[in-house]
Design a protein around this ligand. Structure first.
Ligand code: OGA
Ligand code: ZN
Ligand code: ZN
Length: 494
């Protein structure tokens, strides 16, 4: 190989590099889809020459391949980001892509939003969808208490999954129930429809009436529970990952069966799906010693799932819609009085559609309004300070970068005050007098459109953090000190 580029192109697996050739003969320029079969690439593929070049004005490396003479130009930025071993495996469905929780981690900070703001504000919508991926659920409030409205909720992020229960199902006491759900009995933590393959990955429950004594809801993070089981009883965890369990459902018109483990792991051993439903486990047919081991493990997991500290308790009131990851969270309800009125409407949908809706919301071309902020409102005066708001944020970002902060904190620092330009702008005098336009919350919600909690939450907390610093470290200053006559103290953060 002759190479005139400093990028270590020879270190990359040749077949991988060629498979990712971006040229128009290899990929359809409109769809980005591949136009060749892996088997059509020549045997003995290797880089012939590699030279610096540019693609659309950006630095790139051009490879001429042997033996077929094909030319590929790889942007340096792409090579850098995609370099093997550079990033972890990106499957967000596994425990590695989640924020695992117990009840007290989420009790005071439910991922919730009002229906109207969820519809109107892309940032709020993104934050809520992100919660479903990260925490496993969201609660929408004040969803119109109309029959069928739950389908409209599902349509805000994807497609309804129709089942034998219909597009929509009613959870209320029925005279001739085909499922315990349609009685007033308590239902212990479970996932729905484990007898279906594929299982519905999202469930929505919209409360229309809840006047009953009892009938409260509970949520348990099944991934956190599985991780706990793995720590406390590794043997039980492993038995549950490798024992296929028959889940069955039958009524007059339906007969469903799926054989899946209670804890499903991905090829790297990470928890990816929980199925747990005591009502629908059929008869296992295994050698006696395996049955013994399974039942010991099943009981250990079941006991763990009932630990009060794992269960988040909440009561749905009319207008609430609970949306959760049915492959991760277990849901439960307490028993309620037979004569009490209680009516939920539910439907199923899928996580892939929700993740897609979130990605589209966050596409890079939608960053435009954020970039425009720096040229627009924030380039104006900053509450009477000698620096503009844009300069103040650029200084904070530069300081974070100089301090070696990870990229998400640099982004948070760079954008921490964007909330000042949204909603009610307050003057410096008002701010110093103690008025707070909640700019940290406004900013965090605005940024939720583009970023996950690793960026939005530091922004949300920056006012509280600054107040804390101002209290315990009098004289606390910020990045703009050198350009100011007085130390920057507690501005806008009282
Ligand atoms: C169900 C169910 C919960 C409730 O129908 O599967 O879990 O709150 N219902 O009634
Ligand atoms: Zn090509
Ligand atoms: Zn259920």
């Amino acid at each position: 190989m002759s190479t005139l580029t400093s990028f270590p192109i020879g270190d990359l697996p040749a077949m991988w590099l060629r498979d990712n050739c971006p040229c128009a003969r290899c990929r359809d320029p409109r769809s980005g889809q591949k136009l060749f079969q892996i088997s059509a690439l020549p045997a003995g593929l290797r880089v012939g020459t590699a030279d610096d070049t540019t693609v659309a004005g950006e630095p790139a490396v051009e490879v001429v391949w042997e033996p077929d003479g094909h030319r590929s130009a790889y942007p340096l930025a792409w090579l850098d980001a995609a370099r093997p071993g550079r990033t972890g495996h990106g499957d967000r469905r596994t425990e590695a892509g989640k924020e695992l929780w117990t009840a007290r981690d989420v009790a005071g900070r439910l991922p919730e939003a009002g229906w109207e703001e969820y519809l109107a504000e892309p940032g709020v919508r993104a934050r809520m969808l992100e919660s479903v991926l990260g925490l496993g659920f969201m609660v929408l409030r004040d969803v119109p208490e109309r029959e069928g409205q739950v389908l409209a909720v599902a349509e805000t992020f994807g497609f309804v999954r129709e089942t034998n229960y219909g597009k929509l199902f009613d959870v209320r006491v029925e005279p001739d129930p085909n499922n315990l759900a349609f009685t007033s009995a308590a239902i212990t933590p479970h996932t729905d429809n484990p007898y279906r393959d594929p299982v519905p990955t999202l469930q929505l429950l919209h409360c229309l009436v809840n006047d009953a004594d009892g009938g409260d809801s509970g949520l348990v993070d099944g991934f956190a529970a599985a991780a706990l089981l793995r720590r406390e009883n590794r043997e039980a965890f492993e038995v549950l990952t490798r024992t296929p369990v028959p889940f069955v459902f039958r009524d007059a018109g339906t007969e469903l069966r799926a054989d899946r483990p209670l804890i499903d792991t991905d090829p790297l051993g990470r928890v990816r799906e929980i199925r747990f439903n005591n009502r629908s486990i059929g008869t296992l047919r295994l050698p006696a010693d395996e049955l013994e081991a399974f039942y010991a493990a099943y009981r250990a997991f079941a006991e763990l799932l009932l630990r009060p500290e794992l269960q988040l308790n909440l009561r749905l009131v009319p207008g609430d819609c609970l949306i959760f990851d049915n492959t991760r969270l277990l849901h439960a309800r307490t028993a309620f009085a037979q004569d009490g009125a209680r009516h939920l409407q539910g439907c199923y949908a899928d996580l892939d559609g929700l993740a897609s809706a979130l990605s589209v919301l966050r596409r890079a071309d939608t960053l435009e309004p954020l970039a425009a902020l720096f040229a627009g409102a924030v380039s104006a005066e900053y509450l009477g300070e000698p620096v503009t708001m844009a300069e103040h944020m650029l200084q904070a970002g530069a300081r974070a970068e100089a301090a070696g902060a990870p990229p998400h904190l640099v982004a948070a620092a760079l954008l921490h005050d964007v909330g000042h330009v949204e909603g009610d702008v307050v003057t410096g005098r008002e701010l110093m007098a103690g008025d707070d336009n909640r700019h940290s919350h406004t900013g965090a919600d605005l940024l939720g459109r583009w970023f996950g909690p690793e960026v939005t939450e530091p922004v949300r907390l920056h006012v509280a953090a600054k107040r804390y610093l101002c209290t315990v470290e009098p004289g606390t200053t910020t990045g703009c000190r050198r350009r100011r006559s007085t130390p920057w103290r507690c501005k806008g953060v009282r």
